[in-house]
Design a protein around this ligand. Structure first.
Ligand code: GDP
Length: 298
């Protein structure tokens, strides 16, 4: 038989525990809770969230002997309870065009996510326009054009280094003229120069509000799950730069099991609209709190 790879909880019961005929039990005592807490911190939940989760599991159960599978269920339920309120798909507005501004650091997966979202909206019968608002990075613009082709969606581009706000204006004009359902605007992710980036984003918002005072209807922050706790500081930073309405977490297909999502949900309560699970066009899933919690606990 294959050796059983213990998941998060399995480790608390010792290696090979799952292969023994009878499920081992351990008392929920201070030692066990401390180990559980350490394990949750290692899994990227962060200290505060790990403490809260552990305290909730301990409540009313101190001294009780639990099996590995009982603890798994308790932990998964606790995590699912934190995650359930943030598992919300991108809200669709009746307004045309619905303007979705996409922000995040370079490499987080903005371009890829825009391509995947565009493809999903197309499949749902919606017309989409994309604006390649990271006008400084020629590679980002080219990449977005490739995604636009794959998704069958027009991508508006501007000369390298030109003002992204003026591109956003042109894109609004085109989306309105064509009666497009959705306009997705990519943005630069140069966090090295925050002041510049803040002004750039503010100007894009100002310009599109001249056309529609309620736009952008969504401002999505794209985060890379493999950056672990770093995702938390990115939320703090981007909330100062833009009015973030929701998150997309990418690269959850890799080794990262995304424990940081629990910390994000616990701390900010921002909706998680979707998760990236690969580099292909269909690799964008709805976020499901129960599935996520069970996968994380393992
Ligand atoms: P941007 O700079 O924020 O626009 O990031 P990109 O969209 O160019 O993505 C950066 C890299 O991450 C690319 O190589 C993508 O293929 C990859 N990527 C994006 N999303 C995912 C995902 O969900 N899973 C995996 N494995 N790779 C991803």
């Amino acid at each position: 038989p294959q050796p059983v790879q213990p998941g998060l909880v399995g480790r608390l019961f010792g290696r090979g525990a799952a292969a023994r005929p009878e499920e081992p039990r351990r008392a929920l005592d201070d030692d066990m809770l401390e180990e559980l807490e350490d394990m949750l911190v290692q899994a990227d939940l962060g200290v505060e969230t790990a403490l809260r989760v552990t305290a909730n599991i301990a409540e009313g159960r101190m001294g009780r002997r639990v099996s590995s599978s009982e603890l798994k269920t308790l932990l998964a339920d606790e995590i699912a309870r934190i995650m359930a309120p943030v598992a919300r798909p991108l809200p669709i507005y009746p307004k045309k065009p619905q303007v979705v501004l996409v922000v995040g650091v370079n490499g987080a997966g903005k371009t890829t996510t825009i391509g995947k979202l565009a493809s999903q909206f197309r499949a749902a019968g919606k017309s989409v326009v994309i604006a390649a608002g990271d006008t400084f990075r020629a590679a980002a613009v080219e990449q977005l054009q490739v995604w636009g082709q794959r998704a069958g969606v027009p991508v508006m581009v501007a000369p390298q280094g030109s003002d992204p706000a003026s591109l956003a204006w042109d894109a609004m004009v085109r989306a309105e003229a064509e009666g497009a359902d959705l306009l997705m605007i990519d943005t630069a992710g140069r966090l090295q120069n925050r002041q510049d980036l803040m002004e750039e984003l503010a100007k894009i918002v100002r310009v599109i509000r001249k056309k529609d005072p309620e736009a952008p209807h969504n401002t999505l922050l794209v985060l890379d799950a493999t950056t672990g706790q770093n995702a938390l500081s990115q939320v703090v930073t981007f909330r100062k730069l833009a009015d973030i309405s929701g998150l997309v977490m990418t690269k959850l297909d890799g080794t990262a099991r995304g424990g940081v999502l629990v910390a994000l949900a616990d701390r900010f309560g921002l909706p998680i609209h979707a998760i990236g699970v690969g580099e292909q066009i269909d690799d964008l899933d709805a976020f499901d709190a129960g599935d996520f919690a069970r996968a994380l606990v393992g």
